[in-house]
Design a binder for this molecule. Structure first.
Ligand SMILES: Nc1nc2c(ncn2[C@@H]2O[C@H](COP(=O)(O)OP(=O)(O)OP(=O)(O)O)[C@@H](O)[C@H]2O)c(=O)[nH]1
Length: 249
């Protein structure tokens, strides 16, 4: 899988609704279908580590403060090569009157086809904001249910755990999201699976008719193929009628 790092900030995104955004909508490099994923969550939960782990399979311990980098990668989902763009975002702050999401972050969420919401099991406040964050995301995508996955990170730090995995699972199912508890530092597969499930959801959403179960239950009933008995009977009738006309001449 090729990894093309295209480091540009959120600010360079085409504004939603612009011609550039329309052109940007579905096709990535070389005409591959494009899946745009935003990774959001509180500060320090491991968003950048998660993105880098997914893209490079490596865990890199320390990063400077999140600048909101964008990465592009080709992935194969159910036999189809997709281009995916993964947007890392600055940590979300929570004030007494709720979330403080700046316009840059809102533009990124509007731009996304799917969102990864990350919290850390060692930071209860990062878990508490997930519900409000999900509501905010859906408000920025009124009319469509955006595919969202909840990721509980730092599962290796059980000795300083503040959030029980069961709570994360219950919250995710209440929000109608998939849930993954991962340790970006210890495990790549769970990280990959979280992104993989999102890409599949987006892919099915972008091409609903392509899913085999949809074809089978098409609303327009396919014409029934005539059965062979019926064909043979009609052939015999035609044949005997022809014989009658010849003999009657
Ligand atoms: N033990 C452990 N540490 C982790 C894990 N994931 C990330 N970290 C550490 O957590 C710290 C924060 O990780 P980042 O990826 O910078 O978190 P972020 O959410 O991007 O942070 P902001 O840039 O503030 O938004 C770093 O020191 C990481 O090494 C994990 O699974 N286990």
């Amino acid at each position: 899988m090729r990894l093309i790092q295209n480091m540009c900030t959120i600010a360079e995104y085409p504004t939603p609704g612009s011609a550039a955004a329309a052109a940007d909508c579905c096709l990535g490099a070389a005409g591959r279908r494009l899946v745009k994923i935003a990774v959001v969550g509180a500060s320090g939960v491991g968003k950048t580590a998660l993105v880098v782990r997914f893209l490079t399979k490596r865990f890199i311990g320390d990063y400077e403060r999140n600048a909101g980098n964008l990465y592009t990668r080709q992935v194969q989902i159910e036999g189809e090569m997709l281009a995916i763009q993964v947007q890392d975002t600055p940590g979300i702050q929570v004030h007494e009157n709720g979330l403080s999401c700046n316009e840059q972050l809102n533009r990124c969420i509007r731009w996304a086809d799917a969102v990864v919401m990350v919290f850390s099991i060692t930071d209860h406040k990062s878990y508490e904001l997930i519900g409000q964050l999900h509501q905010h995301i859906q408000q920025l995508h009124l009319g469509t249910r955006l595919p969202v996955v909840v990721v509980a990170n730092k599962a290796d730090l059980l000795h300083i755990k503040q959030v029980d995995p069961q709570l994360g699972l219950q919250l995710a199912s209440m929000l109608g999201c998939s849930f993954y508890e991962v340790s970006v530092s210890e495990n790549y597969n769970d990280v990959y699976n979280a992104f993989h499930v999102l890409c599949k959801e987006v892919s099915h959403k972008q091409q609903p008719s392509s899913t085999p179960e949809k074809r089978r239950t098409s609303l327009i009933p396919r014409p029934k193929s005539p059965n062979m008995q019926d064909l043979k009977r009609r052939f015999k009738q035609a044949l005997s009628a022809k014989v009658r006309t010849v003999t009657s001449v």
